[in-house]
Design a protein around this ligand. Structure first.
Ligand SMILES: Cc1cc2nc3c(=O)[nH]c(=O)nc-3n(C[C@H](O)[C@H](O)[C@H](O)COP(=O)(O)O)c2cc1C
Ligand SMILES: C=C(O[C@@H]1CC(C(=O)O)=C[C@@H](OP(=O)(O)O)[C@H]1O)C(=O)O
Length: 391
């Protein structure tokens, strides 16, 4: 089974990502992993921290001579900011007078619930792990999953469809979304320049007023054959696994598959994707659809169309003009704590969601096609594709 986990705190020495269950023989490109991490750091509206970090994954194990060897892959990502926190957040007891308390919990963060739960006198240790700094480690793990998927012709990319009230008012095609990932500048990762300018204006407005903004990203999986995931058991359905994976990202508050949200106010004849039999020779099967409202998954199983997952982000919680809170020490009303913060992270969250989607799809692909080596998996994959083409 393909699994991954992360460790590390926002201002600790480093983050750690561990991926196990990868077949041997998958080409691992350092440059690709680091570019994915660079993409996650970008986007208009990020705060001062992103000027400090230069994310890069140092591979410790599981890869030799540029290929996976079937053993767990461990990666370390340094926190450059650690040098400013070494005495404040030491691993050993250290000097307690240097502790930097987060003395008034910030609404929208894990600060209050976490302090109560873990019996901390202030929110410092809670925010250290709750912080989306952790998503950098997910992106390193996701890059490895992407390299496996790529070897099977499956690609994953994202774009932004809303920032605040500004939205991309049209459908985007795969080629446009894929092209975005190659750009050397990232503004709001939108396929349409006009919509992107409106999104930028939304960020500028909240920057001026000390507020923050959320939005919607869309992740697309291209080239996945029908038959991945299953209807047979609730916890193996691809739709449920994707929703959990994307919802687990910091600040994501809703997940949509295909046109799931608007489908709820429409009628069946307008929603479901009629089936034809004129598919192109390049497709996995001649069964075809003229539209993809289902978002590539029916009954928890991929149906051969692009898998389309949207994540809805709430506005960032930490405000330069903070909301009311209560002092942990005096219990008197005070403003919530503020040090520094992003004001918009929709493009970055989209990149982190690509990683979560890639890891989820890779897990299901490993389960379906099996194989200890990539060659064995490719043989199984190609044999299955031949089978469904001849169905
Ligand atoms: C890439 C990324 C960067 C983020 N940066 C910030 C930030 O600078 N300030 C902030 O208050 N929240 C930020 N968040 C969101 C918080 O981490 C998140 O809202 C908080 O931990 C509470 O978790 P929840 O919103 O999932 O309930 C960021 C989220 C992502 C995905
Ligand atoms: C460090 C990252 O994001 C951080 C996520 C985050 C939060 O509260 O989630 C708060 C900010 O950190 P700091 O308090 O150090 O400025 C962001 O910069 C990152 O994305 O790599």
């Amino acid at each position: 089974m393909l699994r991954f986990s992360t460790a590390g705190e926002s201002h600790g020495e480093s983050l750690v990502a561990m991926v196990s269950g990868m077949p041997a023989g998958v080409v691992v490109e350092q440059e690709f992993i680091d570019r994915e991490m660079w993409r996650r750091q970008k986007g208009y509206g990020r705060g001062g921290r992103m000027r400090i970090e230069r994310d890069s994954a140092h591979i410790l194990s599981g890869v030799r001579h540029g290929k996976t060897i079937g053993s767990p892959i461990a990666m370390v990502i340094a926190n450059n900011d650690w040098k400013n926190w070494t005495d404040i957040l030491p691993v050993e007891a250290g000097d307690a007078t240097k502790h930097k308390a987060v003395a008034s919990p910030r609404p929208g963060h894990a600060d209050l619930a976490g302090s109560l739960k873990y019996d901390f006198p202030d929110a410092r240790y809670v925010l250290e792990r709750a912080s989306a700094r952790e998503s950098a480690a997910r992106v390193a793990a996701g890059a490895v999953a992407k390299m496996l998927l790529r070897a099977l012709g499956v690609e994953v990319a994202s774009h932004v469809i809303r920032v605040g009230k500004a939205e991309l008012g049209r459908a985007a095609i795969w080629e446009e979304i894929a092209a975005l990932q190659l750009k050397d500048e990232v503004l709001l990762n939108c396929v349409d320049a006009e919509a992107e300018a409106a999104m930028k204006a939304e960020v500028d407005a909240v920057l001026r007023t000390g507020d923050t903004v959320g939005g919607v990203f869309e992740v697309v999986v291209h080239g996945l054959p029908p038959g991945v995931g299953t209807h047979a058991n609730w916890d193996e359905r691809m739709d449920g696994l994707l929703a959990q994976a994307v919802m687990s990202l910091q600040a994501v508050k809703a997940v949509e598959l295909g046109r799931g949200v608007t489908a709820a106010e429409s009628v069946g004849s307008a929603v479901h994707d009629a089936i034809g039999y004129q598919g192109s020779d390049k497709a996995f099967t001649k069964f075809s659809r003229e539209q993809n409202n289902a978002g590539g998954v029916e009954g928890g199983i991929s149906n051969g169309e692009d898998v389309v997952v949207r994540g809805y982000l709430k506005p960032i919680s930490t405000l330069r003009r903070p909301l009311g809170s209560v002092s942990f020490e005096t219990r008197e009303p005070v403003k919530a704590a503020y040090e520094r913060s992003d004001v918009c992270v929709v493009p970055a969250a989209g990149v982190a969601a690509e990683a979560m989607v890639a890891l989820t799809v890779a897990r299901l692909v490993v389960e379906k096609f099996g194989g200890d080596s990539l060659r064995e998996m490719q043989r199984n994959f190609n044999g299955y594709c031949e089978q469904i083409r001849a169905y």
